[in-house]
Design a protein around this ligand. Structure first.
Ligand SMILES: *[C@@H]1O[C@H](CO)[C@@H](O)[C@H](O)[C@H]1NC(C)=O
Ligand SMILES: *[C@@H]1O[C@H](CO)[C@@H](O)[C@H](O)[C@H]1NC(C)=O
Ligand SMILES: *[C@@H]1O[C@H](CO)[C@@H](O)[C@H](O)[C@H]1NC(C)=O
Length: 435
């Protein structure tokens, strides 16, 4: 039995304090479904796994996100509040996170499991957003980021960006497929592929979409994220590679100069954010390219001779505080972990940077799929320290022993997930309250 004190405080810890959502939404990512399904995780990822379970539950409780088809009654002098409630951009991001975290949660909570509440959540959300005739989104963005007023009431090319997180959704669906999830039926798969095919055609032919694909800055980079990921979804791996090849031979070539600066992002109002934002998009394209079979992409140099690593190294020197960008000062962190996992981190430079910024960074979800951070078995002192920080927090917190607590298995270790969720949520909540 959980103590009354814990019952009162747990929801606040898990779901954030003062109404602040604890879940962190990364700009974008493609998570290798083979890595997740193989389930061969190091012990030091157990806390990150617990965080993913907590985030999966958190996001499951918030969706599905769709418009209710209401009959409106005209009332003189009153606004229709719906007009102010619609937040499709944020809703799609929330959907993408829910699909990704619930799919990973489904996979990591058991090798032989083919159905669970996590996979059922994914299926119900996908149905509501893409497939159910009553609530589905049409496979185009003709009205996204519409310019209101006399210019025509049609969407603008910048609105294509709003579906960038399709890469997370595709990662999630691929995990369900590879795990032979019984909730993800052939019928559903066929319907989702049909939706994706229509949307791909729109992405490849609609004038505003082609305009977005031509954008030199992060808009162009993110465009290729969603198009390439969707090619995976419909099973077209050569097509996905073609898409990432297009990006890496076009926009990428002039996006990083010799010292690693991204000039098109430096020119923006929030340089820390835009550098981190485009890096996340570049990394997502590189991960997709790698999964499609490109073995050279991480060493691919721009016209100025730089790589993604050069760009990250430059961004490490940017200060969000210097440009008064206080809203999300850890935006770069998932990209630091990605670069460390791909290029290695023999001196522990990246791990130290993470540890200095967020002492419990090994609890963050991204830590799971950016392994090994330090290269090989030899973990850097910084990671060990980060993990120990979380373990010592753990012994201070009273673990929940509710019978519904699920378990995470990793390399033979079984850890009480509720306990780790508590630690993870505590640190995440603390981070938000201290901001
Ligand atoms: C590769 O992309 C180009 C457009 O960039 C297209 O014309 C061509 O058909 C694509 N090839 C494949 C195999 O998808
Ligand atoms: C870059 O190329 C070098 C030399 O071929 C290779 O050893 C290294 O693994 C490559 N790095 C990445 C991240 O692909
Ligand atoms: C993981 O932890 C378990 C239990 O403490 C231990 O037996 C196992 O050797 C560890 N595995 C690795 C790879 O460190």
């Amino acid at each position: 039995m959980r103590s009354p004190f814990l019952s009162a405080i747990l929801p606040a810890l898990i779901f954030g304090i003062n109404g602040v959502q604890a879940l962190t939404s990364y700009a974008n990512d493609f998570v290798n479904p083979d890595f997740i399904v193989a389930g061969d995780f190091a012990n030091n990822t157990l806390a990150a796994q617990a965080t993913i379970l907590a985030w999966a539950k958190d996001s499951a409780s918030k969706g599905p996100w769709f418009w209710k088809l209401c009959k409106y009654v005209s009332r003189d002098g009153l606004f229709n509040p719906d007009g102010r409630l619609i937040n499709d951009v944020g809703n799609f991001q929330a959907l993408a996170d829910a699909v990704l975290y619930n799919s990973i949660a489904f996979s990591i909570t058991g090798k032989g499991i083919t159905s669970s509440s996590y996979s059922k959540t994914v299926v119900s959300f996908i149905k509501a957003w893409f497939l159910d005739p009553e609530t589905k989104m049409n496979p185009n963005l003709n009205y996204a980021q519409m310019e209101r007023g006399p210019t025509g009431q049609v969407g603008s090319h910048t609105g294509i960006l709003d579906l960038k997180c399709m890469a997370k959704i595709v990662s999630g669906i691929m995990i369900l497929r590879k795990k032979k999830c019984t909730d993800w039926t052939d019928d559903l798969d066929g319907q989702m592929n049909a939706w994706a095919r229509e949307y791909i055609t729109w992405l490849e032919t609609a004038p505003i979409s082609l305009e977005e694909g031509d954008a030199d800055n992060n808009h162009g980079t993110f465009y290729y994220n969603q198009l390439a990921a969707l090619k995976f979804l419909i099973g077209d791996f050569p097509g996905a590679l073609n898409v990432t090849n297009t990006y890496f031979s076009r926009q990428y070539m002039s996006q990083i100069v010799a010292d690693g600066e991204q000039p098109l992002e430096a020119a923006r109002t929030r340089p820390y954010h835009y550098h981190a934002y485009n890096l996340a998009a570049m990394i997502t394209n590189a991960r997709i390219a790698t999964y499609a079979g490109d073995k050279e992409v991480w060493n691919k140099t721009t016209n100025a001779g730089s790589t993604i690593k050069t760009a990250l190294d430059f961004s490490l020197g940017l200060s969000a505080a210097a440009t008064k960008e206080t809203t999300y000062t850890t935006e770069l962190y998932p990209s630091i972990a990605a670069v460390a996992s791909v290029y290695g981190d023999p001196e522990g430079k990246y791990a130290s940077f993470l540890a200095n910024g967020v002492p419990g960074f090994a609890l963050d979800a991204y830590f799971l799929w950016n392994q090994p951070l330090a290269g090989g078995e030899a973990e850097s002192a910084a990671i060990v320290k980060a993990f120990e920080t979380s373990t010592s927090q753990d012994t201070k917190a009273t673990p929940s022993t509710g019978s519904s607590a699920s378990t995470v298995k990793g390399n033979g270790a079984t850890v009480n997930v509720a306990r780790w969720s508590l630690v993870g949520a505590l640190l995440v909540a603390l981070e938000y309250t201290l901001l």
